[in-house]
Design a protein around this ligand. Structure first.
Ligand code: FMN
Length: 349
């Protein structure tokens, strides 16, 4: 096994270790409340959950399987399981970072399986912000992707024992966004309104704020580092970053032009999906929580996805909306901590 394939497996292992410890804990989504509307004036069957991941790319479920894996035998097997669930439930799905295929082409089947299992579904190819136009074209082609996800992972790279320490990304992102439909995403540390504005101004099609509250790559890379004898204590970074709710409030305060705002980071319940919609997300990615379900009870994930859809449909109705996309106009209440965040950041929400 190559070092890169091993890293992929370690990410799966340490993500599970850190996420299972976090199950059921409160996060910032608990600081947001939607209001119950006692006069829905519609029937449940009329509620429409379809939305746009990016302009022109419709998805029938507002939540989807966010980027996790591929690049190792185990990653390929997980991708196969997730992709068949995505096909069954009509969920969009992102591959894990495909950068490894350029170093080790034998890993290609571990990504191709995502398209094989889901020939007609919406699939996102995932690469780092350094990817060249040719590499992006190759990755998109390999899985016949509908769009390209580019990840921003500075905090991960800082802690990662073999991480890159050069983070000049914007010029390349602009180049990629001029050629392909590009969604730029964080990996769990969130974004500011300035970040969102800059990305939108540089022509990206979607911005996934991927905030703090779920999978924590500072913790994951620190565990990996310890295993190979790294001595730096990176624990001060474990609470770094904006939560997903804070990041969505930041994004809501921008003129993000044509770029859609997407949420991920710590989404663990259908209520989180609906709250993210109210805060302005057009779609919601779920990574660590689905991985945890797959690890603990893979057949249960099938039922859980059905349950989520029904719960989301009910909550959209009870919030007085006809469509998931109407949630952005639904009133919400923030707890004092989030309200203070909004004030101190001068957010116009
Ligand atoms: C095991 C694992 C591997 C991941 N690998 C990638 C990746 O290759 N590329 C990427 O953009 N994000 C990756 N992520 C980050 C997720 O896509 C997501 O942005 C982040 O985990 C926050 O969502 P969550 O709290 O629902 O896990 C990974 C997440 C997990 C759990």
């Amino acid at each position: 096994m190559t070092i890169d394939s091993r890293r992929k497996d370690e990410h799966l292992r340490y993500a599970e270790m850190t996420n299972s410890a976090r199950q059921g804990q409160l996060n910032d989504f608990d600081g947001v409340r939607l209001l119950h509307q006692a006069l829905p004036e519609q029937s449940l069957a009329e509620v429409d959950l379809s939305t746009s991941l990016i302009d022109g790319l419709t998805i029938t479920s507002p939540f989807y399987i966010e980027a996790m894996t591929g690049g190792s035998k185990k990653g390929g097997m997980i991708n196969k399981q997730l992709a068949s669930l995505a096909a069954k439930h009509h969920l969009a799905m992102a591959t894990g970072s495909m950068s490894i295929i350029f170093k080790d082409p034998t890993t290609k089947p571990t990504f191709e399986v995502v398209r094989q299992q889901n020939p007609h579904g919406v699939i996102l190819a995932n690469l780092s912000a350094n990817a060249s136009v040719d590499q992006a074209a190759e990755a998109i082609d390999l899985v016949n992707a509908d769009a390209l996800e580019i990840h921003l992972n500075s905090a991960q790279e800082v802690v990662m024992p073999e991480g890159s320490h050069d983070y000049h990304w914007l010029t390349n992102i602009k180049k990629l966004a001029a050629r392909f439909p590009v969604i730029v995403k964080e990996v769990g540390f969130g974004m500011t309104k300035e970040n969102v504005q800059l990305l939108a101004d540089n022509g990206v099609a979607g911005i996934n704020v991927a905030g703090r509250g779920g999978t924590n790559f500072a913790a994951i890379e620190s565990l990996r580092g310890k295993r190979i004898g790294q001595t730096v204590d990176w624990s001060p970074l474990f609470n770094w970053g904006q939560s997903t709710v804070e990041s969505l409030l930041e994004a809501r305060s921008t003129n993000h032009r044509q770029a859609t705002i997407i949420a991920s980071g710590g989404v663990q319940t259908p209520a989180d999906v609906v709250k993210a919609g109210a805060l302005g997300a057009t779609a919601v990615g779920v990574a660590g929580f689905f991985l945890h379900q797959l690890n603990t009870n893979s057949s249960g994930l099938d039922q859980l996805i059905d349950d989520w859809k029904q719960n989301i449909q009910a909550m959209v109705l009870l919030a007085g909306c006809h469509r998931f996309t109407d949630l952005v106009n639904a009133p919400f209440i923030l707890n004092p901590q989030l309200e203070s965040y909004v004030q101190q950041r001068h957010l116009k929400i």
